[in-house]
Design a protein around this ligand. Sequence first.
Ligand code: ADP
Length: 495
Amino acid sequence: MKHREGSTPGVQWGLFGSFAIFTAVILALLWIFQVVLLDAFYKAIKVNEIKTSAHTICNSINSSTLQEDLQRIALNNQICCIVCDAQGNRLYSESAVPNCVIHRLNNWDLAMVYTLTARNGGSYFERFPQEIRQSITFLGENTAVLRSQEAPEVMIFAQLVTRSDGKQLMVLLNSVISPVGATVETLRYQLLTVSLIMVLLGLLLAYLLSRKIGRPIESLNSAAKTLAKGDYEVHFEGGGYREVCELSDTLNYAAQELSKTERLQRDLVANISHDLRTPLTLITGYAEVMRDLPGENTPENVQIIIDEATRLTTLVNDVLDLSKLQAGVVPMEREVFNLTESVRSILTRYTKLTDYHIVFYAAQDVFVDADELKISQVVYNLANNALTYTGADKSVTLRQSVLDGKVRIAVSDTGEGIPQEKLDDIWERYYKVDKAHKRAQVGTGLGLAIVKMILDMHGGEYGVQSQEGVGSTFWFELDAVQPPDGRELALNSGA
Ligand code: ADP
């Protein structure tokens, strides 16, 4: 067996690795969004906010509630706001930021901004550090020199709008972008703490999970190795998650089945050697007696030799049939044939050879699409068992019934029956209910295993009802088909 100890990581390391990668990715994402991109995000949001506010005001410029709208916008967004005409006369004014830039402008300044905005195509946006607010010129160039990252920035946005009376007005807004440096520093410290906690938590989780998953898997693995060495008594101990528990149950079941097969195989060797030896001893014994004692050359003795040779043939055939069926080398040769006729001809052979009372009840001839030879073997094996195990009245009854498109053949005897707890086992190979029983010596324990295998191949149903002291009824069902000669048969009645 090939081991892969070196090449693939174990469950514990695999889990730990996955956790480490997961934690690293989460932390990296947090760093990127909270530290690196925070400033850019914040500024973009602020810029968007001031522009959206301007649009909202422009849209309600004709509204009677303009003053309230301005108040609400100013308060909610921390924005200062002035609405003025081309000459810089203020019509509305709202202040939310102390020392606001635009509220320090006089009419002339406002008229300047108006001109600048008009020249700029109707809207004007400018961002500059707060320190230079005194000397603001709105020309942009001299503000650039003083910009620094840590200084709060001032944003102004102006937009021209025409009122319904035709008068053109300017909406001028101002808001402050506070520096995020201190926030980033706090976040950085927090992230460091979070990283540490996450690494510790990751380690702890990996440890706990690997204990919960890894340990049972390792224990299952070592038990499986023991099983592979041929120790079928090994017990698989699952635990942790449901799938692992199920796996351990399955493995326990497999081990149990393997040990059963091994026991059966051991029994087989004992059985077969016993079954082979008994007829061979008898054949040799009788043949020697007949050779040495001329008076013993009787038809009865010859019959014993023939019977024993037949037993040997049956045994060898059964073993061969079963192993061929198991290996799947016998192909299915399906054809539509008359099942009733087939059963009848098998039974005729029996009635000629034995003094048993065999009855077959069949209301009509029923056809099936199956492998005739194999189905004949099923009937033969069931009839053979019934004849072997039936009671002193030596009677066996076969009944054919048709229901819901299926034909059922039931074989009943009046024998000792089979204990209920053994009913499942009799279909197993080499299983005999009562090994010590004289009649059981006749069989090989393979007959019903062959029946089961053939019916499984056909997708047929089968079963047994048995009552101790009363008898057993073995039955099987196949799909009934219409006969090939074009006749229409009733397949759904209880015929
Ligand atoms: P065998 O060749 O020994 O009959 P089978 O596989 O046909 O093997 O049957 C398995 C066992 O089931 C038998 O050994 C017998 O104990 C039991 N058995 C089968 N058919 C009958 C029956 N008609 N009545 C009672 N016991 C039966």
